[in-house]
Design a protein around this ligand. Structure first.
Ligand code: NAI
Ligand code: A1CAB
Length: 277
């Protein structure tokens, strides 16, 4: 595999680090193209990867191209990619809200495309990603893409219609967890703990609780009941969360983010054949 990254920002960097650390490919088989020359310099120096001379050159030299730019930069980039991708490389896009149909329509017909929704914990190799295959992506393409995303965490294949739900749940999810974490730390400060100690205790509690669910395989409700003594402290805290509709707020947040993802995707869909311009 020769992998080209178009866009070497936060997510591009995380994926480059992951594939090198996991030994998916060696650094001399990776190149990056970014409009920000300093990003290419940084990535080339940090990881020993190649710095592409142009977007077209990056696409032509690679059999796998990862698109890791912001949605607003997609139109200009897809046009150039469409011209350069005559060898039909595997295109893996992590761009939120850009549907497979739009990517496929911009590329030579038959080009395999995989759309992915990763999340920012990929930066510390603990991401969660869902991948959806396009019309021309075969098992071999999906296997290559899963290798890349499993190098930075866990990854599952889903049908594209579920990617909006994944976006609202785990793409945006780190922000919900961070909001909760920040509130818990503030609560510790409110109750008189020094902030660094509150932060250390809260981070370990969130991390440890997630690990406990993962390692025991037990339902969260069973583990929650283990903490909750009759007439004790926890049930008094939970009473406040339940009376303020904590779970309803979480469900509503994921629904709102999912619906927003769908709306952004509809705005970006490829025009239907024969539709008026
Ligand atoms: N940040 C997040 O939580 C998540 C982001 N994503 C998606 O990942 C994509 C990348 O996000 P980040 O890495 O956070 O953004 P970023 O802003 O850190 O990186 C984007 C990079 O693209 C470069 N770029 C802009 N125009 C370009 C062009 N024409 N050619 C080449 N490079 C160009 C920029 O210089 C920048 O380095 C976005 O589309 C986002 O939707 C997906 C899941 C989660
Ligand atoms: O907020 C957003 O639109 C992007 C998509 C998932 C995470 N960040």
């Amino acid at each position: 595999m020769n992998i080209g990254f178009i866009g070497g920002g936060n997510m591009g960097e995380a994926l480059i680090r992951g594939v090198i650390q996991a030994g998916v490919v060696s650094s001399d088989r990776i190149q990056v193209y970014d409009v920000a020359a300093e990003r290419m310099d940084f990535l080339a120096q940090t990881f020993g990867i190649l710095r592409a001379a142009s977007l077209s050159q990056c696409v032509r030299a690679c059999d796998t191209v990862v698109l890791a730019i912001k949605p607003q930069n997609v139109p200009e980039v897809l046009e150039q990619m469409g011209l350069a991708a005559t060898h039909r490389p595997l295109l893996i896009s992590i761009v939120a809200g850009i549907p497979l149909s739009r990517l496929e329509a911009a590329l030579p017909s038959g080009t395999p495309v995989i759309r992915v929704m990763p999340n920012t914990p990929a930066l510390v190799l603990s991401g969660a990603s869902a991948l959806a295959r396009g019309r021309h992506a075969e098992d071999v393409h999906m296997a290559s893409a899963l290798k890349i995303f499993r190098a930075v965490g866990i990854a599952h294949e889903v049908p594209e219609k579920l990617l909006d739900a994944v976006t609202g749940l785990t793409g945006s999810g780190p922000a919900y967890v961070l909001c909760f974490l920040e509130a818990l730390i503030d609560a510790g400060v409110l109750m008189g703990l020094p902030r660094p100690i509150a932060a250390d205790l809260v981070i370990q509690t969130v991390l440890g609780t997630a690990l406990m669910v993962q390692k025991t395989g037990k339902h969260p409700a069973i583990l929650k009941d283990m903490v909750t003594s009759p007439g004790g402290t926890t049930i008094h805290g939970l009473e406040i969360l339940e009376s303020r509709a904590f779970r309803g707020a979480v469900l509503g947040a994921v629904r709102a983010a999912t619906e927003r993802s769908t709306a952004l995707g509809l705005a970006q869909s490829a025009p239907k054949p024969g539709a008026a311009a």
